[in-house]
Design a protein around this ligand. Structure first.
Ligand SMILES: [Zn+2]
Length: 460
């Protein structure tokens, strides 16, 4: 979008920069990259028309609002870096030797461990393996818990994955170690912004600006203030549990229908999963094109939940049965994500979401049993991480298998077992122990139970 920008000045002094600002009856409407929004004219003081081109465009918070600072955890260990990464591989034996030296607690030995894990993490980031990079920083922090560079690098990886509350843990620790760090304030602002806590984001970025003025933070702060104003003035589409934003091609009828369906789903999930999310859930309806641009999701993902429920609704005028399934599915992700503090493996998330939306294994059972017979069945343990990189065939199998596993758990112990498993995932050190504590089984048992269930239930 490259049209001229106008500024809507609200009576409370806040300013919304937008394109195509039009007065329509008792409302003022304007365009954003997420579509057309409108606010009551009664709260608008004036509209300033600006004929200069503007850089207005992205209203998306999946783009990082600020850049990540480059912080080296330690300096002067080039030799360690070269011994850690060589021949395009990580030398785990070398890292293990450094860790064993570091148990003597000598400062230099601990610094070498930090340098080695930082090098390994950066190498893995280059390969796109963010989860393993996170593991390296966590491991390094077990030796050097107060290393500011390690804490900041770890938080940036969580932020890049939209794991905003996970990012806050290392950042809060970093704040205690270094209360006057502008980098800590900048990244905390990012975490709160991503988590839709505009007040806290504004507070942190003001703090960062106070410690060390920076034009990038200044722009982010402006944007957060605008978003805060927009969200405060845009009251349409709010219910007790949801805050909905929608694009120009979505009708108010569709928006109301969606909120109604979501409220019903909310009550159902609340009782089935024995959990109530503490904060309203943000829902954004997109036209298809805007959706692909903003989320960069692979084409097989119909909708996405990255903390906000994002749903493509192009061409819809009411809640079709397909859309109803999508809403229940995505809302389940919000419940599971919040109940487990973001720690649910992907197979749990997708298995429970599909089960709640009403999907069952009848179509996929025969193929999965056949794969198992040939020794090619998937393993749940390998379906813990992100599936966004999977080719579509492998993704389809992963979804089907995750559903089958959840179905077999519910058949054996009821949906209460899922609720208890989610509680354990939130608090257990590993998925293995969560499985043992609630289902008295391990991954191998559960793989076997799943295939046996499919065979008995569907394949005869
Ligand atoms: Zn899903």
């Amino acid at each position: 979008m490259s049209s001229a920008a106008d500024t809507i000045v609200l009576k409370n002094g806040r300013r919304i920069v937008a394109a195509n600002v039009v007065e329509e009856g008792d409302r003022v409407s304007y365009e954003t990259s997420a579509g057309k929004l409108s606010i009551p004219k009664s709260i608008v003081s004036r509209i300033e028309h600006d004929n200069l081109g503007s850089s207005f465009g992205s209203n998306s918070r999946s783009e990082p609002p600020v850049s990540a600072p480059q912080v080296e955890p330690v300096r002067g260990y080039d030799d360690v870096v070269h011994l850690t990464i060589h021949d395009n591989l990580i030398d785990f034996a070398y890292i293990a030797r450094l860790e064993s030296d570091a148990r003597s607690n000598s400062r230099v030995a601990v610094e070498k461990v930090a340098a080695a894990h930082h090098a390994a993490a950066q190498f893995l980031i280059g390969k796109g393996d963010i989860n393993s990079a996170i593991d390296h920083y966590r491991q390094a922090l077990s030796f050097a818990p107060d290393n500011l560079g390690l804490l900041l690098n770890l938080s940036v990886l969580y932020l890049r994955q939209s794991q905003f509350s996970n990012a806050l843990d290392p950042l809060e620790h970093a704040r205690r170690i270094s209360p006057d760090s502008a980098d800590v304030a900048k990244l905390m602002g990012w975490a709160y912004y991503g988590a839709n806590k505009m007040d806290r984001a504004v507070e942190e970025w003001k703090r960062a600006e106070h410690i060390q003025p920076d034009t990038e933070v200044e722009h982010a702060l402006d944007k957060a203030l605008r978003d805060k104003a927009e969200e405060e003035s845009y009251r349409e589409g709010e219910t007790a549990h949801f805050a909905l934003k929608y694009s120009g091609s979505a009708t108010p009828d569709l928006a109301r229908g969606i909120l109604h369906a979501l409220e019903d789903d909310f009550r159902d999930l609340e009782s089935q999963l024995d959990y109530t999310p503490p904060e309203p859930i943000a829902v954004i309806l997109y036209t298809d094109q805007a959706f692909a641009d903003i989320t960069r999701a692979p084409s097989w993902a119909g909708a996405i939940n990255d903390g906000r429920i994002r749903i493509p609704v192009q061409g819809l005028s009411g809640v079709t049965s397909e859309l109803a399934h999508v809403l229940k599915h995505e809302l389940t992700h919000s419940f599971v994500g919040q109940k487990t503090h973001g720690r649910a493996p992907t197979w749990v998330q997708e298995g429970v979401a599909q089960w709640m939306e009403g999907r069952r294994s009848n179509n996929a059972a025969a193929a999965l049993v056949e794969m198992a017979g040939q020794g090619h069945a998937p393993h749940l343990e390998q379906l813990e991480g992100s599936w966004l990189g999977l080719p579509s065939g492998a993704a389809a199998t992963a979804y089907a298998y995750a559903l089958a596993a959840v179905e077999s758990i519910i058949q054996a112990g009821g949906v209460g077992d899922i609720s208890r498993l989610l509680d354990r995932i939130a608090s257990s050190p590993s998925m293995d122990s969560a499985l043992r504590e609630t289902l008295h089984s391990d991954y191998a048992d559960l793989d076997q139970q799943t295939i046996t269930y499919l065979r008995n239930e569907y394949v005869r």
